[in-house]
Design a protein around this ligand. Structure first.
Ligand SMILES: NC(=O)c1ccc[n+]([C@@H]2O[C@H](COP(=O)([O-])OP(=O)(O)OC[C@H]3O[C@@H](n4cnc5c(N)ncnc54)[C@H](OP(=O)(O)O)[C@@H]3O)[C@@H](O)[C@H]2O)c1
Length: 330
């Protein structure tokens, strides 16, 4: 029986457990121009927190009663589109469900011969593209620069640090806990790691950035951004990829106190979303897939089994229990 998870109401508390409503509704037959898809893998993303609030965001909020938005891959089981055949693999916003019917223009084909399908949600998917455009296009890392990345062992961060290393940077990763830090140090071979949960964050940052910071790739916002602002060198760059420490479905976010450093040190601070780069996705696919095939880029995945695990998985992102790109095998 097809299953769905809907958002029953906008959250009133954190974590927003009460809003997830499980249903077993039948799926309609595809009409002309539509495709029926069996969903195989789903991506659990911090950005979902912004989709379930009734505040302005970069995407329309999910409305109470709607199937929750999610990015997924699946297999075409029936097609009434000239662009897709039964057995094709596709990716797109397929929603938190086991099956669905979609307009063909909302789907993008992937080639499971190139790589296992879930990689198109991690390193060869949106999080990989985000790391690539954020680090390479906005950050413009240069050889010899000191580059700091927060949430460095996560889906975006772990790809961003590898790209920064390849550009010749002296790369420092910030992450929570010894397991994540040893992954960054021993597997990704970073030049320095900071466990922000071990205390003395300011001392650790100062000790590892004696010449200041040229580029900070920010995934977390909040106090860590505020601290890094005080370490930025003249004409340094800050890439604002996300601010997970400030994502709350219910309370307002807190702005940084040290913004004046932008003035005194002529800093550039720029945010982005992948919407800005849709037309350039093939460029990211080319670089990331080449690196993955050669073994110069590794993509770490944290996989849970079953749609029922979604509420738990969503919370794992915010208390740091995921080790790499968080995925659910539907
Ligand atoms: N701009 C875009 O288009 C775009 C696209 C995708 C993602 N993003 C952003 O990129 C960031 C990372 O996303 P992701 O998908 O790669 O997730 P992820 O890093 O794989 O998982 C989230 C991680 O954030 C860290 N975290 C959670 N709460 C924190 C806090 N209060 N302070 C510091 N760190 C905290 C945790 O790692 P620790 O254990 O290390 O704390 C957690 O494992 C998010 O801010 C996300 O919104 C932006």
């Amino acid at each position: 029986m097809p299953r769905q998870i809907r958002m029953s109401q906008f959250p009133e508390a954190r974590p927003p457990r009460e809003v997830w409503q499980f249903n077993e509704d039948g799926v309609s037959e595809p009409r002309d121009g539509e495709v029926s898809v069996r969903i195989d893998w789903l991506s659990v993303d911090p950005g979902m927190s912004g989709w379930i609030t009734d505040k302005p965001n970069y995407m329309r909020p999910v409305q109470p009663g709607e199937v929750m938005r999610a990015f997924e891959v699946g297999e075409v089981v029936e097609s009434r589109s000239p662009h897709f055949d039964r057995g094709d693999w596709v990716t797109g916003f397929l929603g938190l469900q086991t099956h669905g019917v979609y307009r063909d223009r909302l789907l993008r084909k992937i080639d499971p011969q190139l790589a296992p399908p879930q990689i198109f949600l991690s390193g060869l998917g949106m999080t990989g593209y985000t790391a690539y455009f954020g680090m390479i296009d906005i950050g413009r890392p240069a050889s010899g620069e000191t580059i700091v990345v927060s949430a460095a062992s996560g889906a975006v961060g772990s790809v961003a640090v590898q790209l920064a290393k390849q550009a010749g940077g002296r790369v420092i990763g910030i992450a929570g806990g010894e397991e994540k830090c040893s992954y960054l140090r021993d597997v990704l071979q970073l030049d320095g790691v900071i466990d922000y949960k071990s205390g003395q964050l300011a001392d650790q940052v100062e000790a590892l950035t004696p010449d200041g910071v040229d580029l900070y790739y920010d995934n977390v916002g909040g106090d860590i951004l505020d601290l890094l602002l005080t370490r930025m060198n003249y004409k340094g760059r800050i890439v604002v990829c996300g601010a997970i420490s400030q994502y709350s479905e219910t309370t307002p976010t807190k702005g940084p106190q040290n913004l004046l450093r932008l003035v005194t040190h002529s800093l550039a601070m720029r945010g982005f979303t992948m919407k800005d780069y849709i037309s350039r996705i093939p460029e990211a696919v080319d670089v990331l897939s080449r690196g993955w095939e050669e073994g110069s880029l590794v993509f770490r995945e944290h996989i849970l089994d079953g749609l029922d695990n979604f509420p738990e998985a969503y919370e794992m992102l915010f208390d740091g229990r995921n080790n790499g790109k968080l995925l659910i095998k539907v």
